[in-house]
Design a protein around this ligand. Structure first.
Ligand code: AMP
Length: 357
């Protein structure tokens, strides 16, 4: 494991006037580079050949370093070059997916925003659930064995496959029938999670926790736009029955949403409880952006089923800010920009080592 002392030593050798904000050219790289530019930092993107041409043409991108594959960020010569260039890495969803949370924790020597340990917690369903439960949040029921299924359930598979292969069933016979025909590798098929399907409305709030000011902010909110389930709802029920198409949950986009205003205090409590518990579960706890996937029931309770401990793709909706960030800031404040602002404030207060790991 890369120790905090090691990262602190590297930071001490950095020329803070030449700091570069860096991430992989994918996911939320547009708002991270624009955010860096807006906050007065230079930026650098690590891109595959295919992505390099696209990002190079964008005015907010300062520099592009081409690599053969995203995993190459772990190569010693690439890491040395990034350290030479005073780079601070910003992890995003594709970053964690392509490089792997274990590799990031064990072998990435380049300073990175946030507590790396959170990447392990957000990538493992059992750990996520423990975090929710310790924070006293409501979670969907889970069934250890298909024989226990006694309501409508969603069957999920591991990894950031974007909802690929998920299916709904009402009993164990249906479960076995559908699992057999699902198009996934055998090792992934075996690693299913059976979760009560919660019927309600979805909200995916984008939180930002600043440890420098011990302050939680709500920067935006989205809903995942999923294929084909979000298309199926446009077909009347009678026709749905005739064509017999099962819903699938593959993410294809994001749509903006606002929450009924009277529920905002409860929502902030969800975020606060997660921050507080994280400090006990993985010291010093969550730092910067995180997002909770939740469903609001007709009883106005939030049921939490997933957490991301880094910037999420839904924030791309709000490069010029959202309803919520507008209330907090008199300027366009994307999540990418908010991250860069936190880095700037940390530098001013000589506290960079409190947010970089
Ligand atoms: P996940 O991979 O957990 O983010 O789930 C992908 C999608 O499946 C979500 O965005 C929801 O639309 C749906 N989903 C996941 N879990 C549940 C649940 N317990 N109840 C209802 N819908 C769910």
């Amino acid at each position: 494991m890369i120790s905090k002392e090691y990262i602190n030593d590297i930071l001490k050798g950095y020329d803070l006037n030449k700091l570069k904000i860096c991430t992989l050219g994918s996911h939320t790289a547009l708002q991270i580079t624009k955010g860096a530019r807006d906050e007065g930092f230079e930026n650098l993107l690590l891109c595959t050949k295919k992505a390099a041409g696209f990002y190079r043409e964008l005015p907010a991108v300062d520099d592009v370093l081409e690599i053969d594959s995203y995993g190459d960020i772990l190569l010693d010569e690439i890491q040395d070059e990034l350290i030479d260039r005073n780079v601070i890495l910003i992890p995003h969803g594709s970053f964690v997916e392509y490089v792997g949370s274990k590799n990031i924790i064990e072998s990435l020597r380049v300073p990175m925003l946030g507590n790396r340990l959170v990447l392990e917690w957000e990538s493992d369903r059992k750990m996520e659930r423990r975090w929710f439960e310790e924070a006293n949040l409501k979670v969907p029921r889970e069934f250890k064995s298909p024989d226990e299924i006694d309501c409508l359930v969603i069957v999920k598979f591991p990894g950031a496959l974007g909802g690929k292969g998920y299916f709904l069933v009402k009993n164990s016979a249906e479960f076995h029938r559908k699992l057999k025909v699902i198009d996934l590798p055998e090792n992934i098929k075996k690693d299913y999670t059976i979760q009560e399907y919660v019927i309600g409305t979805r909200f995916y709030p984008h939180f930002f926790y600043s440890p420098l000011d011990d302050k939680l902010e709500l920067l935006g909110m989205d809903i995942r736009y999923e294929s084909n389930v979000d298309g199926l709802v446009r077909i009347p029920n009678v026709i749905q029955r005739e064509i017999e198409i099962d819903p699938s949950y593959v993410i294809t986009g994001n749509v903006p949403v606002v929450l009924r205003e009277s529920l905002l205090p409860d929502l902030m409590n969800v975020g606060r409880n997660l921050v507080k518990t994280s400090k006990g579960l993985f010291k010093p706890g969550i730092i910067g952006p995180f997002c909770v996937e939740m469903i609001c029931t007709p009883e106005l309770e939030f049921i939490c089923f997933e957490i991301s401990g880094r910037i999420v793709a839904g924030t791309n909706l709000f490069i010029r800010g959202s309803t919520y960030s507008d209330v907090l800031y008199d300027e366009p404040m994307s999540c990418g920009r908010r991250i860069c602002r936190e880095i700037g404030v940390a530098i001013e207060r000589y506290k960079l080592d409190e947010i970089i790991y």
